[in-house]
Design a protein around this ligand. Structure first.
Ligand SMILES: Cc1cc2nc3c(=O)[nH]c(=O)nc-3n(C[C@H](O)[C@H](O)[C@H](O)COP(=O)(O)OP(=O)(O)OC[C@H]3O[C@@H](n4cnc5c(N)ncnc54)[C@H](O)[C@@H]3O)c2cc1C
Length: 460
């Protein structure tokens, strides 16, 4: 028997797409290569403690009553109850360009406006002009790449403010070096500055478990440890997939959430050569809470840059410590602090360099430790000393991301070329997730939902 819809990938886009379809056609099947669901946004255990792999904060915060907000639209499409998901809003975040300027922002947009008033008084009118321009833009209509950086400098007339506004949005969703697509900028501007950031009260595991239970309550199925190695097709029509075990599963419709070039590899023995991608490292420090520590108590995320010019590009060295993101997952409203707190620090990293040494386990471990040490110094320089209270630390490189999600070059934001309509030239195969162009947790879930709404539901 043919499965009406197969979904390759059990990350958040695949899960959301599958829930949406299972509401109407229960026989949906998710095929996930790994033993755990969640993809980039999953979790692991060390020393009997659960660590989240990818969660700093969820973007697109909206109160439950705001009917048209993307978060609430997503919940309605998935038939999820907001009251089943207690969310905690960020305290306040900050962009710090060291020795230069800083800007705070929160889920109240007025804070950012007042910061610009105070620190960039010459740009106040131009900032309002930028808001009017973004308001008039339809960022979801397919358009060729347009430089957000150029447009910002043109409207704001101030390169420092432009770079400072770009910094968090690039770190949380640009697959382009030193720039960002204007439409992506508009989406992320609204998601981060105008709507804001939050996290679930529990862990990402609780969030994923709730989604999986909901999906299964409609009759949806998941097969873990199930790698798709080939997509079977003829004359632009897909008939099914071949698994690593040799098993063939036939389907009417196929949705791939693993990336466009990654999907290309399953379609052809000679896939197109992928475009250059951006890699990241992250170190998680578990820190003992001690009375009187100097760490920021009310800052949720700090985006920093210590160079004269903010650079967002593949570094020449293993890691670029000159800029990064520092996240305090316990600094959200409603999160109770325990005996330990976490500090997470993220930087751009060079995939090829890490890959080259990864076959030498010893050398790889030494370089990872050295990089984490340098990260610690950079972070302490900004948030105060905490190294004497670190009880455990764990870090990943782009090679880790590649190993656990099969993303080419371990690139979290995938290919710089996005397929906005999810159409890759087949009658019954579509693309959702990272390479469709909506990034982050809410973005990838909306991607899954919008692609099945557009291309799949009416055909089942
Ligand atoms: C360190 C880090 C921090 C992040 N921080 C945030 C944050 O704070 N806020 C936020 O909103 N977003 C954050 N993100 C981004 C967010 O996690 C992703 O944008 C989102 O989860 C992408 O989901 P996806 O479904 O598109 O892709 P993926 O999560 O990559 O899902 C694809 C799935 O496909 C599976 N797969 C691949 N190949 C095959 C195959 N051949 N057969 C079967 N299965 C296959 C993979 O194992 C994976 O599970 C972060 C990501 C990382 C890594």
């Amino acid at each position: 028997m043919k499965t009406p819809l197969l979904v390759i990938g059990g990350g958040l886009s695949g899960l959301a797409a599958a829930v949406r379809v299972a509401r109407f056609v229960p026989d949906v099947l998710i095929l996930e290569k790994h033993s755990r669901i969640g993809g980039l946004n999953s979790y692991f255990y060390r020393n009997k403690t659960l660590y989240e792999t990818g969660l700093h904060a969820i973007t697109n915060y909206a109160p439950a009553g705001e009917k048209t907000a993307p978060l609430n639209r997503l919940f309605r499409q998935l038939k999820l109850k907001r009251s089943d998901f207690p969310f905690c809003q960020q305290y306040q975040s900050e962009v710090i360009f060291l020795h230069c300027e800083s800007l705070s922002f929160s889920n109240d947009f007025q804070l950012l406006e007042s910061q610009i008033h105070q620190k960039f008084p010459q740009c106040v009118d131009n900032f309002q002009k930028l808001l009017r321009f973004l308001n008039s833009l339809d960022p979801f209509s397919p358009a060729p790449f347009c430089s957000a950086k150029k447009k910002l400098i043109e409207i704001l007339g101030d390169s420092l403010l432009s770079e400072m506004l770009l910094c968090p949005l690039m770190f949380y969703g640009s697959s382009h070096e030193n720039d960002m697509d204007l439409n992506q900028f508009a989406i992320m501007f609204q998601a981060i500055y105008q709507q804001g950031m939050f996290r679930p009260l529990g862990t990402i595991k609780n969030f994923l478990d709730q989604l999986i239970d909901h999906y299964q309550s409609f009759g949806g199925k998941i097969r873990k440890n199930t790698e798709v190695i080939r997509i079977l097709h003829k004359d632009r029509a897909v008939s099914g997939v071949e698994l690593a075990s040799g098993e063939i599963i036939e389907c009417d419709q196929l949705l791939s959430t693993i990336g466009s070039d990654e999907t290309g590899k399953l379609l052809s023995d000679e896939p197109a050569s992928p475009k250059a991608r951006l890699g990241f490292t992250e170190t998680i420090y578990q820190v003992k809470e001690v009375k009187g520590n100097q760490l920021p108590q009310e800052k949720t995320i700090i985006f920093y840059n210590s160079s004269e010019q903010f650079g967002y590009k593949n570094p020449d060295d293993f890691v670029d410590h000159s800029s990064g993101v520092i996240c305090f997952p316990s600094n959200f409203h409603g999160i109770k602090k325990g005996e330990f707190i976490e500090i997470r620090a993220t930087h751009l990293a060079n995939y090829a360099k890490w890959k080259n040494i990864s076959s030498d386990k010893n050398e790889y471990a030494i370089l990872k430790a050295a990089s984490s040490c340098k990260t610690l110094t950079c972070v302490e320089n900004i948030v105060g000393n905490f190294s004497s209270n670190v009880v455990y630390q764990n870090s990943f490189t782009p090679v880790t991301i590649e190993r656990y999600t099969s993303k080419i070059d371990g690139a979290i934001y995938g290919s710089p070329v996005k397929v906005k309509d999810g159409d890759i030239g087949f009658n019954n195969l579509f693309l959702a997730g990272t390479d469709q162009g909506f990034l982050g947790i809410v973005g990838s879930m909306l991607s899954g939902v919008s692609i099945v709404n557009q291309h799949v539901l009416s055909k089942l």
